[in-house]
Structures are given as structure tokens and as C-alpha cells.
Write a protein that binds this ligand. Structure first.
Ligand SMILES: [Zn+2]
Length: 474
């Protein structure tokens, strides 16, 4: 369907910065506290209250800029962006119009088509608004704890062409922000939020199609589905000659559809004016050098190290470096003595099934995980049992791999004689599959192996089972 069309996307990512206090006052910058407990006249937007910029916000913005190959502005200002929201008491948000702190950077992403460079147009600082809470029976309430939370907005160029590229870009950006400790970048807590600007044009055309901005995309899955839905909607409109309008659209997880929210504002509607209460921003060369020196090992460097040091594939290394939590868990497990390739395999296949890399929260210690992997590598249990152990520990973290092997009777059957007898019995009762295999159908062996696994409650040594079967079936 999309062969004759090209989807063109650019992203606006809002990131809450990991500062102790808010951007213009001393209130705590904390998620999850009782509503309206972290507020003061400044972040409530009361008349006469004077904002003072938190210097840490600049440090973190410059850190994020340097880590994404941006140029850093030496002089900046902050502007009032006017709009009316019930959770924005001042009637304007303090943001940056011209002179963003960082500009002209890029990120390299890895997709199934290889490496691609995505350009970053700009990165500016701004304050977050409060939050509306809609309560049945109580109406709409405002929680101002979030008002004045420091943000950076990272705007990419329209270089993205598929949902896969968008997700790879977000994953890389998220990795960089967590490695550098700029943000905890949790999508489920709203500290990492993404708006997608999307248009569709006929392949080969220079000019862009009508652009929509999609908001309320609060998971990687929603982003992917919204892009797919919206692309199909645009193509249909183009083919039927229907006119698309430039607008802001939301996405509903329930209907899996996008819906119109409002017509898109133009920059002129915001009536930007420099905020007279705030001093100009000056960033010195010394400051930039100091932050450059303090940058940690970034995801791309770590990925290169994993491929060299541990012999991992590009793909595996990319997965494992996608967040600092995953990378730390991997390295801690290896430090506990487990084989790096086995660790990588089990994290990507099993641990990611139980906890996604974006919201990585594992309930198993690196030591217990390493021990489980070693039991597989030395033949005491098989891979299926290892997965069972990991699942049980996720539910009951007080248990050890050793105790679970005992309780669940998971010890692998490595004894040729014992296994041989079981296999003789299976062969006797699986005439059809055996005949098929003997007549040249290699695949039929899987059915027989399945029978052996069933009989041994999954404890048979898989390789030994195959060897014995092949001997016996000649
Ligand atoms: Zn405050």
C-alpha cells in the first residue's frame, strides 16, 4: 500500500529534567506527591511573583545538547508563549522562541535497513504546565505540582520515514538522556513525551503533504499504531481526492484510532515576547568544556565496546545499550561470572518479555540471574527450566535458583541410559512421526522430541535427546 507513498515525520520530544527543584522556584520537582503540595506563588503564577532560573537546568540542557552532537548557544533569552489552559494559571508558558540553548545536532539510529542519521533542529528549555485530573462526580481538578517542572523540548528535522525509524530514534534519545542522568525519561510517568508531526506525499515528490500533529502518545506501541493508522488515513484521503486539514490529533488506545482535537495554531498565535523578569542566559566556553569532560560513556560507544569486548552482534549490543538500566543489569550479570553471550540471549528473549526495555524493572538480582545461566551452561538445567526459574523469581524474589530447582524438580536428565529408555518408549508409541522421519521428513523429528520433553516434564537434555534419537532412528 505504501509503495507509492512516503510518510514524512518529525518529532517533538518533551523531557522532564532530573533537578531537585523546579525551573523558577525552590519547590520540589517530584512525581507522585499529594496534589498541590509542591507549590508556591511563583509556580502558581500569582501576580507579582518573580521567577529565577535554576542553573542546574542549563547544565542538564547543555549536557543533553553535547550528547546529541548539538551546537551550544553562548547567549540566550527566555520568552513568554501565550495560550490559555486551565492548568496554566499565568496564561503563558515561559519557553524559548529564538536562540534555543542547543541547535543543529543529530543522532545515528540502527534499523533493519542499516544506519541512518536523524538531524536535530533545536533543543530549548521551558516550564511544564500543571495537570488536569478529571474525576467522576467531582469535575475537573487542577494539580499544580507539575507546574514549573523543567523541560527540554527536542525538535527533530522531518527525516523520519517509518514507525521503525521513529521508535529507533526515541529509543536512542531515551538511552542518551538516561545515561547522562539528564532525565529518568519514563514514558509511563510522563517524563518522556513525544508528539509526531506527520504528512504523506507521493513517492519522488519534493513538496510536503498536509501535516498533522499527533499528541497523547504515551507508549511505544501507541506511537507505532498511531503512525500506521494516520498514514493509511492520509493515503485514503489523497486517493479519494478528499481534503486533509492541518490540525492536532489525539490517539485513543481503546479505539486504536486518531481523532481531531483542534486546528493547529501557527507560531504567530502564541504572541511570543521576551520575559522581562528573567536575565539573559550566558553560557561560557569554560562551562561547555567542563560539561564535555564530565560526559559518561554514551550508548554508541558502549555498543561498540560490547561488540568488541564480548563478541556480541550489532543487534544484540544495540538492544542491551538501549537504556542504562538494561546495560547495567547486563554488565552486573557478566561480573557475576556468567557467559556474556548467554546473558545477552536470555535478556533479549526472556527478560524483555517480562519487562520492556523502556520501563525496565526486573525482579531478579544479577547474581541469581548469573547463577541460573551458569546452570544452563554447565548442563544442570535446560533453557526451558531457566525460563521457569526466572519467571518464579520475578513473582517470588526471595527464592533462589537452587531452591526452585529442588522444589520444581528441574534437574536436567543427562543420563544416556535413563533417557534412552524413555526414548525407546516414545519411539514405540509415535509410529506415524517415526515413519515420516525415516522416509526423509526431517521436520517430523520435532514431534518426537516434543513427546520426549512431555514425558520428562521438559527436563530432558535437548541436545542429548536429538543425538540418541538420531542414533536409534538411524
Ligand atoms: Zn514553586
Amino acid at each position: 500500500m505504501t509503495n507509492n507513498y512516503e510518510t514524512v515525520m518529525g518529532l517533538e520530544v518533551h523531557v522532564e529534567l532530573k533537578t531537585k527543584t523546579k525551573i523558577f522556584c525552590n519547590c520540589a520537582n517530584k512525581f507522585g506527591d499529594k496534589p498541590n503540595t509542591n507549590t508556591c506563588p511563583v509556580c502558581l503564577g500569582l501576580p507579582g511573583a518573580i521567577p529565577v532560573l535554576n542553573e542546574k537546568v542549563l547544565d542538564l540542557a547543555v549536557t543533553a545538547g553535547l550528547a546529541t552532537n548539538c551546537e551550544i548557544s553562548r547567549i540566550g533569552k527566555q520568552d513568554r508563549k501565550n495560550y490559555f489552559y486551565p492548568d496554566l494559571a499565568k496564561g503563558y508558558q515561559i519557553s524559548q522562541d529564538e536562540n534555543p540553548i542547543c541547535h543543529d545536532g543529530y543522532l545515528d539510529i540502527e534499523t533493519s535497513r542499516g544506519k541512518k542519521r536523524i538531524r536535530i533542529n533545536r533543543m530549548h528549555i521551558e516550564e511544564d504546565a500543571g495537570k488536569l485530573i478529571h474525576e467522576e462526580g467531582l469535575g475537573s481538578l487542577v494539580d499544580n505540582n507539575r507546574a514549573g517542572t523543567p523541560l527540554i523540548e527536542i525538535v527533530s528535522e522531518p527525516d523520519l520515514r517509518s514507525a521503525e525509524e521513529v521508535l529507533a530514534y526515541l529509543q536512542k534519545l531515551r538511552a542518551i538522556l538516561t545515561y547522562t542522568d539528564v532525565s529518568d525519561a519514563k514514558m509511563n510517568e510522563g517524563s518522556f513525551r513525544c508528539d509526531v508531526n506527520l504528512s504523506v506525499r507521493e513517492a519522488g515528490k519534493e513538496e510536503f503533504g498536509t501535516r498533522v500533529e499527533m499528541k497523547n502518545l504515551n507508549s511505544f506501541q501507541s506511537i507505532q499504531r498511531a503512525i500506521e493508522y494516520e498514514t493509511a488515513r492520509h493515503i485514503k484521503a489523497v486517493e479519494s481526492g478528499e481534503e486533509l486539514i492541518q490540525e492536532t490529533r489525539g490517539y485513543s488506545q481503546d479505539t486504536r484510532k486518531t481523532y481531531s482535537m483542534r486546528s493547529k495554531e501557527d507560531a504567530a498565535d502564541y504572541r511570543f515576547i521576551p520575559d522581562p523578569d528573567l536575565m539573559p542566559i550566558i553560557i561560557t566556553d569554560e562551562k561547555i568544556e567542563e560539561i564535555k569532560e564530565s560526559l559518561p560513556e554514551l550508548p554508541d560507544a558502549r555498543k561498540a565496546r560490547y561488540t568488541e569486548e564480548y563478541g556480541l552482534s550489532n543487534y544484540d549490543a544495540e538492544q542491551l545499550t538501549s537504556s542504562i538500566e538494561v546495560a547495567t543489569f547486563f554488565e552486573e550479570t557478566v561480573k557475576n561470572g556468567a557467559n556474556p553471550k548467554s546473558v545477552a540471549n536470555l535478556i533479549i528473549t526472556e527478560i524483555f518479555r517480562l519487562s520492556s526495555p523502556e520501563d525496565f524493572d526486573v525482579n531478579i538480582s544479577p547474581a541469581a540471574f548469573a547463577e541460573t545461566i551458569e546452570f544452563v551452561d554447565n548442563g544442570r538445567i535446560n533453557l526451558g527450566s531457566a525460563k521457569k526459574i526466572i519467571e518464579i523469581i520475578f513473582e517470588n524474589p526471595e527464592k533462589t535458583p537452587e531452591s526452585i530447582i529442588f522444589e520444581e524438580d528441574l534437574e536436567q536428565i543427562n543420563d544416556r541410559t535413563i533417557l534412552g529408555k524413555i526414548i525407546d518408549d516414545v519411539i514405540l508409541h509415535s509410529k506415524k512421526a517415526v515413519d515420516e522421519y525415516r522416509s526423509g521428513k526431517e521436520k517430523a523429528l520435532q514431534a518426537v522430541i516434543g513427546q520426549v520433553m512431555g514425558k520428562t516434564k521438559g527436563k530432558a537434555n535437548p541436545q542429548l535427546t536429538i543425538d540418541i534419537l538420531k542414533e536409534k532412528l538411524g
